[in-house]
Design a protein around this ligand. Structure first.
Ligand code: FRU
Length: 447
């Protein structure tokens, strides 16, 4: 059957453009996933809004359209990214109101207002009036007017906020604020590391057991063979003795940026990213059909003994699995999208060819995803990640994306891909395992 590239396991708008996940939360018995949304343009034009899905489970969603729009003086050029936190039966949503002034400006050192704005909601959809909490004058003097993407969390009876920022001398950093009531905030400190990009977007503080991490999406890192291969990066620093230690990327594929975490009611820390990046040199053919981009599936985070974070597909996905089909070394297997592929056999080297589209391979400790040619990848070529040993691969293949979890989720690689058919043929070399065809999630509309 012809593939229409509509995702069945990943949240995407039916029309328009999606970027960052925002306000991820569990509130009043439902998950709420907001996102950066341009309802009228598949290319992200027009003032950004927050779109919204809610769901009683992570596989059963309702789309309620644009619920926050750039309709006030303090957010008139865009309702930018932010977060959600539940307090006293209300969902508090914090975001950046972007304001571009008229006139001659570079919009880095002048001409841009970056306001932290709060709204509350009782149902996730109907918003209170907007209240501006922080303005440019509340940020440290060494900051440019690129300050944004508040993430708020509660700890030891206080609230904390982290914001991403760019200094006047073009260094990425984060700013920390504290509050006792979620309304009045005071500056605590800035944090950065030397020589690490000019802007840090979408920060998040993650706590897993005793370990603490700072997640950021830095812009301006040097591109290397196996690191920071994309135009912008996204990863986390581990804190040790209050210091930021080595940066680890969340995802080594072509399409991943601006993730956010939240706590599920059972205590899991879930991470959701934008399966896309801004200013990329490759394309997504759905844009011509009227929509572009999706979120990643939620990923469960756990800290390993060495402090490294492993990511695994959310366990609710298990409920969508149909009867498995086993596949064997050197035997081509044709299967219907979407599916989950699992192979655990340790191997020195292996290949998995998606006929006419791309090849996954592991050799000499290096895992590589390579598109057959420029057309097959819509401009995407190859991405690499160093694994050392290989212990297992799990692939979530949706109608137009692959999320590849390696070694129990120690490393992840995500990409969009655009097969012509809903049937794909795989040729394994030195690899055997199981393919579980998957049922689609339920996504209804309420707009
Ligand atoms: C990240 C980002 C954020 C900003 C939003 C605007 O992709 O640039 O920093 O708030 O997108 O859509």
């Amino acid at each position: 059957m012809k593939n229409n590239w509509r995702q069945l396991l990943h949240l995407e708008p039916e029309k328009g453009w999606l970027n960052d996940p925002n306000g991820l939360s569990f509130f009043n018995g439902e998950y709420h996933f907001y996102f950066q949304y341009s309802p009228e343009s598949a290319y992200g034009d027009g003032g950004k809004c927050w779109g919204h899905w809610s769901g009683k489970t992570l596989t059963d969603w309702k789309f309620t359209g644009a619920v926050l729009r750039p309709d006030s003086p303090d957010d008139r050029s865009g309702v930018y990214s932010g977060c959600g936190i539940v307090k006293d039966g209300l969902l508090y949503l914090f975001y950046t109101g972007n304001v571009k002034e008229e006139g001659e400006h570079d919009y880095v050192t002048s001409g841009r207002g970056a306001n932290v704005i709060l709204v509350t909601t009782e149902d996730g959809v109907t918003m209170s009036s907007k209240r501006t909490l922080l303005r440019n004058s509340d940020y440290p003097d060494h900051c440019s007017c690129h300050v944004r993407d508040p993430k708020v969390w509660e700890e030891d009876g206080h609230y904390n906020m982290v914001l991403g920022a760019r200094t006047l001398d073009d260094k990425g950093c984060v700013l920390f604020y504290t509050s006792d009531d979620l309304f009045s905030w005071s500056f605590v400190k800035a944090e950065s590391v030397p020589d690490f990009g000019y802007m840090w977007e979408c920060p998040d503080v993650i706590r897993l057991g005793e370990q603490r991490y700072l997640s950021v999406s830095p812009q301006g890192l040097r591109h290397e063979e196996c690191h920071n291969q994309n135009v912008y990066s996204s990863g986390y620093f581990r804190y040790a003795d209050g210091e930021l230690r080595a940066f680890e990327e969340w995802d080594y594929g072509f399409d991943f940026y601006a993730p956010q975490t939240f706590s599920a009611p059972d205590g899991r820390t879930l991470l959701v990213g934008w399966m896309g990046i801004g200013d990329i040199p490759y394309t997504n053919p759905t844009a011509k059909l009227g929509w572009q981009h999706c979120l990643t599936i939620p990923r469960e985070l756990t800290a390993n003994a060495d402090g490294h974070i492993s990511q695994r597909p959310f366990r609710e996905l298990e409920s969508l699995k149909k009867e498995p089909i086993s596949f064997e070394d050197k035997k081509a297997v044709t299967t219907e999208l979407p599916f989950c592929l699992e192979a655990e056999s340790p191997a020195e080297s292996f290949k998995l060819i998606f006929t006419d589209l791309l090849e996954l391979s592991f050799k000499d400790g290096l895992f590589t995803l390579r598109f057959t040619d420029e057309k097959a990848g819509c401009g995407r070529d190859a991405r690499r990640v160093q694994l050392g040993n290989f212990t297992g691969i799990l692939i979530i293949a949706d109608m137009s994306s692959l999320e590849i979890y390696l070694n129990g989720g120690e490393k992840v690689m995500s990409t969009r891909f655009y097969p012509e058919s809903t049937l794909v043929t795989l040729i394994p070399e030195n690899l055997s395992g199981c393919i579980y065809p998957l049922r689609a999630m339920e996504v209804s509309r309420d707009v």
